[in-house]
Design a protein around this ligand. Structure first.
Ligand SMILES: Cc1cn([C@@H]2O[C@H](COP(=O)(O)OP(=O)(O)OP(=O)(O)O)[C@@H](O)[C@H]2O)c(=O)[nH]c1=O
Length: 620
């Protein structure tokens, strides 16, 4: 019996697993797949620093493992297998990437770093379809990754050594095997368990379905189903938070090979009835998703604006007819909106009516500790309108505030974002919600314990300052921002024990001297500006810095080739249309930092949407 129908389709193909991992072999044979095992000889020595994300590294390693086997078998037999599967599992925590330990000491080092903390396990998978013609091998690679979060208990040195002496850690990424004795170290798992063991079977089957059973354009069931095109559910979007919002959960077709089904390219199919092979283009699911993406954003914005999620928070399910009058809307419109939200994974729909999903309760209600309601409102009322002028922005290379607000829009902050107390508060709410969520991995990205004072330049509501203060209880943090921002920052001040570590100082970082500190922080500031202004900001920070002082940059880092970081690239368009600034890659930031004496730059790709760089000021 095969649960995944596509596994049956592969029974007649020559499938090779390019892996020596006994776990991968077991997972795939348990699933009913028939395959040969040819371990890859590819050496896992790719330069990790060259990858924008840890999963980019895992996917590339998986691909190289599979391609090595495909090429070797093709050369040997002049006949390539039909499909080669490669995989690579890594354990990551902050900027650390852990692979298999080299010896027992190394295993101890890894496990003690994981003790008491949460980490991510990424498995990158590459499915290489091989075609040989005239003795030439042509390949088409489909890659993806899966992330699972694992939390370890606090583990004593004795326990770790006992575990290491069992011999189990040595051939396993991160130095543990969750499926055996290592399971005892684990307090919680969030995500696909088999992904931790070494192979994300569920996602693999979905990928095979896409490759071997693409929906046909003339399939009536498909048309019906796709009349609202498939979109990422909210749960998928929250993966983004923890892994960087990449194409539908790490879905990446590789370039030199043929294009991935669903975007372009043709896949052979058999015409119904007469068995004649006919070439049909694959149904462009992903393309339709892109075309219609704006509808899903607006449905979410509208539900937030009507405060549907506030109404349903923690309460019993309600019917559309009961909800409509409470949100001052028509029953027929409300019903459609609620159904769309349910299909998007924002609401649950049952016989009793509609209720919030867990994610909606946390992120979409207007008053939650982690609410993104302010960010949604800003996106709907400001970003949305600016994006209607994207074409002009692209043609002219300028921000579109003037198109929106008229000639008064001179300075992006003073005349636009802060043009009235309401606009200012709206922007601050948006930034606060987003920073609070996305900056939580920043403080642990580097060891900042050597610094005693920090100045968060343009620190707005103090959201990052709170995270820094929480991680470093001896650190004093000054949040430096415009007087009108500091005035409203009181709305967001923390009540907790960190409050005493944080003070707010008013000033303009383009004009006024910065407060003294031995660590300066710029969180999503440089991306607002073109290079000339960036130099001005860095110059005035450098003036205040003694040698040894630090500069922590928190930004969405683009990959050097500007191909992978989809969210960062979208954000770069956003910066064009809103401010005239841009997102940059690590080497672009390095080039801006160097003339100001900021060297020894370390880069940390973090979970979530923000990354971090730490530079040290050297003597001029
Ligand atoms: C976290 C974890 C990992 N593993 C194993 O760790 C190896 C990772 O290394 P790899 O480089 O991806 O694979 P490999 O074993 O070297 O094989 P290959 O595919 O030939 O490179 C794989 O074995 C996995 O199962 C477990 O068995 N249990 C766990 O909980």
């Amino acid at each position: 019996m095969v649960l995944c129908p596509v596994i049956g389709k592969l029974l007649h193909k020559r499938v090779v697993l390019a892996s020596a991992s006994p776990r991968r072999r077991e997972i795939l044979s348990n699933a009913g797949l028939r395959f040969e095992v040819v371990p890859s000889r590819f050496k896992e020595t790719l330069d990790k620093a060259a990858f924008a994300t840890p999963y980019g590294y895992a996917m590339e390693t998986a691909k190289q493992k599979a391609l090595e086997v495909a090429n070797r078998l093709h050369q040997k037999d002049m006949r390539a297998p039909d499909v080669v599967i490669g995989a690579d599992t890594i354990v990551t925590m902050g900027r650390l990437i852990l692979e298999k330990p080299v010896d027992k000491q190394d295993a101890y080092r890894m496990l003690s770093q994981l003790s008491g903390r949460e980490h991510s396990v990424f498995t990158g998978v590459a499915i290489v379809q091989c075609y040989s013609q005239d003795n030439q091998l042509d390949t088409r690679v489909s890659e993806f990754y899966e992330e699972t979060m694992v939390k370890f208990s606090e583990l004593s040195a004795d326990l770790l050594w006992e575990y290491i002496h069992s011999g189990e850690p040595m051939d396993k990424a991160g130095g543990y095997g969750i499926q055996a004795l290592g399971g005892m170290l684990v307090e919680a798992v969030h995500g696909d368990f088999l992904n931790v063991v070494g192979f994300p079977l569920n996602r693999f089957c979905k990928q095979l379905m896409q490759l071997y059973c693409p929906p046909r354009p003339d399939d009536p069931r498909r048309a019906e189903h796709d009349s609202i095109p498939a979109v990422d559910t909210f749960e998928d979007l929250s993966d983004v938070d923890e892994g960087g919002p990449e194409p539908a959960r790490g879905d990446a077709g590789s370039r030199p090979q043929k294009a991935e089904a669903g975007v372009a390219g043709a896949a052979p199919a058999e015409a119904e009835g007469n068995g004649t092979p006919e070439t049909l283009p694959p149904f462009p699911t992903r393309l339709l998703k892109l075309i219609n993406g704006f509808k899903t954003s607006k449905a979410l914005f509208t539900a937030c604006k009507l405060k549907v999620f506030d109404l349903l928070k923690d309460g019993a399910p309600q019917k559309a007819a009961d909800i409509a009058p409470k949100v001052d809307a028509s029953v027929c419109g409300t019903e459609r909106l609620l159904d769309a939200c349910a299909a998007l994974g924002l609401l649950e729909k049952s016989e009793q009516g509609y209720s919030n999903t867990e994610a909606a309760d946390v992120y979409l209600v207007s008053d939650g500790a982690y609410s993104l309601h302010g960010y949604v409102a800003y996106s709907s009322e400001v970003t949305w309108n600016l994006f209607t002028h994207l074409e002009v922005a692209v043609r002219d290379g300028t921000n579109q505030n003037v198109s929106l607000l008229g000639e008064t829009a001179g300075d992006v902050f003073q005349d636009v974002l802060y043009r009235s107390p309401e606009a200012r508060l709206q922007f601050m709410r948006a930034m606060h919600g987003l920073t609070k969520l996305s900056a939580r991995h920043v403080p642990a990205a580097f060891d900042l314990s050597g610094f005693s004072s920090a100045c968060d330049v343009g620190g707005c509501t103090g959201a990052l300052a709170q995270e820094l203060a929480r991680e470093y209880p001896r650190l004093q943090v000054t949040v430096f921002d415009l007087p009108e921002v500091i005035e409203l920052a009181a709305h967001f001040r923390p009540a907790g024990p960190q409050a005493a570590q944080i003070r707010f100082a008013a000033g303009d970082f383009f004009r006024d001297p910065l407060p003294p500190a031995d660590l300066y922080v710029l969180c999503q500031i440089l991306h607002d500006w073109a290079d000339e202004k960036v130099h001005q900001i860095l110059g005035s920070i450098a003036q205040r810095c003694k040698p040894g002082a630090g500069l922590l940059l928190v930004e969405m880092l683009l990959d050097e080739e500007k191909r992978e970081a989809r969210v960062g690239l979208m954000q770069s368009l956003n910066m064009l249309v809103q401010t005239g600034g841009r997102e940059r890659s690590p080497s672009e930031y390095r080039r801006l930092l160097e003339p100001h004496g900021f060297r020894q730059v370390q880069v940390a790709h973090l979970r979530g949407i923000l990354d971090a760089m730490l530079a040290t000021r050297v003597a001029p």
